[in-house]
Write a protein that binds this ligand. Structure first.
Ligand code: ASP
Length: 439
């Protein structure tokens, strides 16, 4: 049995957290490959080392003095090293990094040093091998992850080792410069490593016990989700349920490896298992509810629209030409609504309006702003009658006016549009009807 374990920044923010991590790793001999993030926040208004590195490098790039910012980063690492009683000096590493900052080695290089140094410290503390991600994780000339080249090198390299710490978040480009994934990208490295060693499980250790049925900022103490499928997760992540980087799913999913989200501070909690498919019934008809504010709907009306060949294409062409992605597109007989992100749409609004008039000759177009979308997601909806009915009666009782409904043919989710002002009460009403009444 082989597990790849990834630890997030809060799990490695201090010596105290490092001790918990070591206990978790040594509790099971299968935890052979470890992917760390950079030290994160120790308390709520602390600064992540990654952000300290970006800030410090920005000063260096402008030719300004960055020594005190640099010393603060050194202090974070030496605080951990000394509190753990390690016999380890990073002085040489810091000298090199300083020289590279002065030589303007780039923001990605700067940010990656957070994981690089933390990997050295963790490998030393665990007595594990250290494998620099720059030597095994590759990006192409366009800055995209190069899976072909990585798959040639990484599995072979790790096959020679009993254990290893591979820093998360970065790899190297064909010209040997350092490139990072987007923020939170150590999750992606963990997934790539799990696929490379054919792991039985990818454990992703963080500071929450997995996914919750609803956002805890809206519902007090929401129920945990014990098992979720990749498809359900995609729907919930789209609506902002963010525990895992979206790109972390693909490598393990392709290799059929499940992910277990676990809590470093409560290792006894089961966390959430993310799987391809499961016979496990969700605890409630729905698996989760998530939502986002900040949408605009463009309602286009034209008599006999249904009989006009190519109408939909011409509408979407206007959005495409203006670089705007559409999120949803509910339609009626003579109406079509295009739901877009308000922040992206607003600056292009008039171009799009005139484009629609020119391209589609509609009878009317109106724009509604400040819409919130709520996704009610669950694999069990397919086999349960009355789910939609329960949602809408709960919303009616909560005096929430439903402005849009969109149910995909997969019957995996129902998306509802409400006024932003009704967002919280709508989420609460849906949670109550499916969860509280079933407890
Ligand atoms: N340290 C990086 C960040 O803060 C990557 C990660 O933690 O996954 O985004």
């Amino acid at each position: 049995m082989t597990k790849v374990v990834k630890f997030g920044g809060s799990s490695l923010a201090s010596a105290e957290q490092f001790k918990k991590v070591k206990e978790i790793i040594t509790a099971e001999s299968s935890r052979r490959f470890v992917v760390p993030s950079a030290p994160g926040k120790r308390f709520s208004n602390d600064t992540k080392v990654t952000d300290m590195l970006y800030g410090c490098y920005d000063l260096a790039a402008k030719g300004k003095d960055f020594s005190s910012e640099f010393d603060a980063i050194k202090e974070r690492y030496y605080g951990i090293i000394n509190d753990l009683g390690l016999d380890l000096s990073l002085d040489k590493e810091f000298e090199t990094i300083k020289a590279c900052f002065i030589g303007k080695a780039g923001r990605d290089y700067a940010a990656s040093r957070g994981e690089y140094l933390n990997g050295i410290v963790l490998a030393n503390y665990l007595g594990y091998n250290f494998v620099d991600a720059a030597d095994v994780i590759y990006f192409n000339d366009q800055g995209q992850f190069d899976s072909a080249r990585t798959n040639e090198v990484l599995p072979q390299r790790l096959a020679t080792l009993d254990n290893a710490v591979i820093p998360g978040f970065y790899g190297s480009m064909p010209n040997d410069t350092i490139k990072t994934f987007s923020r939170g990208g150590s999750d992606v490295t963990g997934s790539i490593v799990a696929a490379a060693v054919n792991a039985d499980l990818y454990e992703n250790w963080t500071d929450v016990s997995g996914f919750l049925v609803c956002d805890p900022r809206i519902i007090d103490n929401p129920q945990p989700i014990t098992t979720i499928t990749y498809k359900e997760l995609r729907e919930l992540s789209y609506m902002g349920a963010g525990v895992l980087h979206e790109d972390a799913i693909f490598p393990v999913r392709k290799a059929g490896i499940p992910i277990n989200i676990k809590n470093t501070n409560k290792p006894e909690d089961m966390g959430t298992m993310i799987v391809e498919s499961t016979s496990q019934k969700p605890a409630f008809t729905i698996t989760g509810i998530a939502g986002k504010k900040g949408f605009t709907v463009v309602n286009i009306e034209k008599d006999m629209m249904n009989a006009e060949l190519g109408f939909g294409r011409r509408v979407l062409e206007v959005f495409e030409k203006n670089g705007i992605c559409f999120e949803h597109m509910p339609s009626g007989i003579d109406t079509m609504s295009v739901v877009v992100h308000q922040a992206e749409f607003a600056p292009k609004e008039q171009e799009i309006m005139s484009g629609l008039h020119r391209n589609c000759h509609p009878d009317t177009i109106d724009i509604e702003t400040d819409l919130a979308l709520i996704a009610v997601v669950g694999r069990a909806m397919k086999s349960n009658r009355g789910t939609a009915g329960r949602i809408f009666s709960a919303l009616a009782h909560a005096h929430v006016n439903v402005k849009m409904i969109d149910q995909g043919s997969s019957e995996l989710n129902i998306i509802i549009g409400v006024n932003e002002a009704d967002f919280e009460s709508a989420m609460k009403a849906i949670y109550t009807i499916f969860v509280d009444t079933q407890l």
